[in-house]
Design a protein around this ligand. Structure first.
Ligand code: APR
Length: 236
C-alpha cells in the first residue's frame, strides 16, 4: 500500500526522528530500555540550565554525542531518501535529528528542526565552528566564550527558517511519512497533525506506539526503517 501511495502522491514529505539513525549505530532517546533518556536526565544535560550552571558535564555529554556522529554515518535508508528526492519521488525531509546524516547522504531539501551537532557556536560572540573542535578537545572560543553545539536545547525556541520551511512543506504535502519518532516532543509533533488537517495521507513507521497512531492512515510497527526503505526502493 505504501509503495502505491508513494507513486500516486504529488507532494511527499518525510518526517524523521532518532529511529531513522539507530541503524547507523546512534541510540535514540525513548526506546524501551535502550533510549538515551532512559539512562540520563535530559533536563540536567540537554538544557540551557546545564550549559549555564553545569558546563563541564554539558560539554562532556555533547562531546560524546559529537564523537558519535563523527564515528557513524548515514545508512542505506538515508541514501534511499536522498535518491528519491533526486528522482522527484519525495520533495523534502523534515528532521528532528541533529546528526546531519540526511545531508551527508545527499538530501538537499532538509529542515533541521532541532539544529545540528555538525556545528558549534560561541555562546558569547556567536562565532560558528565545525564540531571537530569538540573532537580536538577545544571547548572555548577565541573570545573566551563557551562553544556549544548548534542544536536546540530544552527551553530554547526552534530555528525560524527551519520551522517556516517545515510549515510550508507540510501544508503542500498530500503524503506525509513519519520515520522513527515517538512524536512526543512539541512543537515538532504538530507537523503530522497539520499534514493530516491539510488533507495529506499520514503514514507512521515506528517500532513503538505513538500518540498520533490513531490519526494515521497507515501504521507500520513490525519493520525496521532501513529494511522497509530498501524493500520499497526495490519495488519502485
Ligand atoms: N525502525 C523503526 N522504528 C525505530 C527504529 C527502527 N530501526 N529505531 C528506533 N525506532 C523508534 C522507537 O520505537 C522510538 O519510538 O523510533 C522512535 C524514536 O523516538 P525517540 O527516541 O523519542 O526520538 P524522537 O522522536 O526523534 O525524539 C524527539 O526528543 O530529546 C529530544 O531533541 C530530541 O529530537 C529529539 C526529540
Amino acid at each position: 500500500m505504501l509503495r502505491d501511495w508513494l507513486k500516486e502522491a504529488d507532494y511527499t514529505v518525510v518526517f524523521t526522528g532518532a529511529g531513522m539513525s539507530t541503524e547507523s549505530g546512534l541510540p535514540d532517546f525513548r526506546s524501551a530500555n535502550r533510549g538515551l533518556w532512559k539512562q540520563k536526565d535530559p533536563s540536567q544535560l540537554a538544557s540551557t540550565e546545564a550549559l549555564n550552571h553545569n558546563v563541564e558535564e554539558f560539554i562532556a555529554f555533547y562531546r560524546e554525542r559529537v564523537l558519535g556522529v563523527k564515528e557513524y554515518g548515514p545508512h542505506k535508508g538515508h541514501e534511499i531518501l536522498a535518491k528519491w528526492e533526486k528522482a522527484g519521488l519525495i520533495q523534502s525531509v523534515i528532521t528532528q535529528n541533529v546528526d546531519g546524516f540526511h545531508q551527508l547522504a545527499g538530501s538537499e531539501r532538509v529542515a533541521e528542526l532541532h539544529g545540528t551537532l555538525q556545528k558549534l557556536h560561541c555562546e558569547t560572540c556567536g562565532r560558528e565552528y565545525n564540531s571537530e573542535k569538540y573532537v580536538e578537545d577545544t571547548f572555548y572560543c577565541e573570545c573566551g566564550g563557551v562553544l556549544r553545539p548548534s542544536i536546540v536545547l530544552f527551553g530554547e525556541s526552534l530555528p525560524v527558517d527551519a520551522f517556516e520551511f517545515a510549515l510550508q512543506e507540510t501544508e503542500k504535502a498530500d503524503l506525509f511519512i513519519v520515520l522513527g519518532s515517538s512524536l512526543t516532543v512539541t512543537p515538532a509533533n504538530q507537523f503530522p497533525i497539520l499534514a493530516k488537517e491539510s488533507g495529506a495521507r499520514l503514514v507512521i513507521v515506528n517500532q513503538d506506539d505513538t500518540p498520533l497512531d490513531r490519526h494515521a492512515d497507515l501504521v507500520i510497527q513490525d519493520r525496521k526503517i532501513g529494511e522497509l526503505l530498501l524493500e520499497l526502493d526495490g519495488e519502485i
